[in-house]
Design a protein. Structure first.
Length: 152
């Protein structure tokens, strides 16, 4: 028995109906990859103030993730401390006040390879109680690092 001709045309149209979606997906993926590549290769063009803000945020993020190697990458060697002690003190702070977040970095004052900035933090336990702390930074091998402790 012969099949109705409508099914044959339905099969061919369903294949062509997906083509615009695949084309759009390809364009979206290309744009996302392009943005990512621009961000990766434009890191050297950040201002000192932006690099200092990145160091403050990076150090805080490393503590939140419990990544001591990343914490060291954003922190002056004099502030490294003992890994177990640093992470334990941070966990105690999280238990008491919740996760700590960097709200903003302002008032960056750079003098050669040293800088200070006002870093505003808040804790998950009370997002409205923001604390602004003057933090010290130093540039080591071209990278800004945090040289003081924030609130805990």
């Amino acid at each position: 028995m012969a099949e109705p001709q409508g099914n044959a045309s339905d099969d061919s149209s369903s294949g062509s109906a997906i083509a615009p979606f695949l084309g759009a997906l390809t364009i979206i993926v290309a744009v996302v990859i392009g943005i990512w590549l621009i961000n990766v290769f434009s890191g050297e063009e950040l201002t000192d103030a932006q690099q200092i803000a990145r160091a403050a945020s990076g150090q805080n993020d490393a503590l939140q993730r419990g990544s001591y190697p990343d914490y060291q990458a954003f922190t002056c060697p004099a502030q490294h401390g003992d890994e177990s002690k640093v992470l334990s003190e941070h966990q105690d702070s999280v238990a008491e006040r919740g996760d700590r977040y960097v709200d903003r970095v302002e008032g960056v004052d750079i003098e050669g390879d040293r800088a200070t900035a006002d870093v505003t933090y808040y804790f998950d336990g009370d997002r409205e109680a923001k604390q602004t702390v003057e933090m010290s930074f130093v540039r080591e091998d071209g990278t800004w690092k945090v040289c003081s402790t924030g609130p805990s």
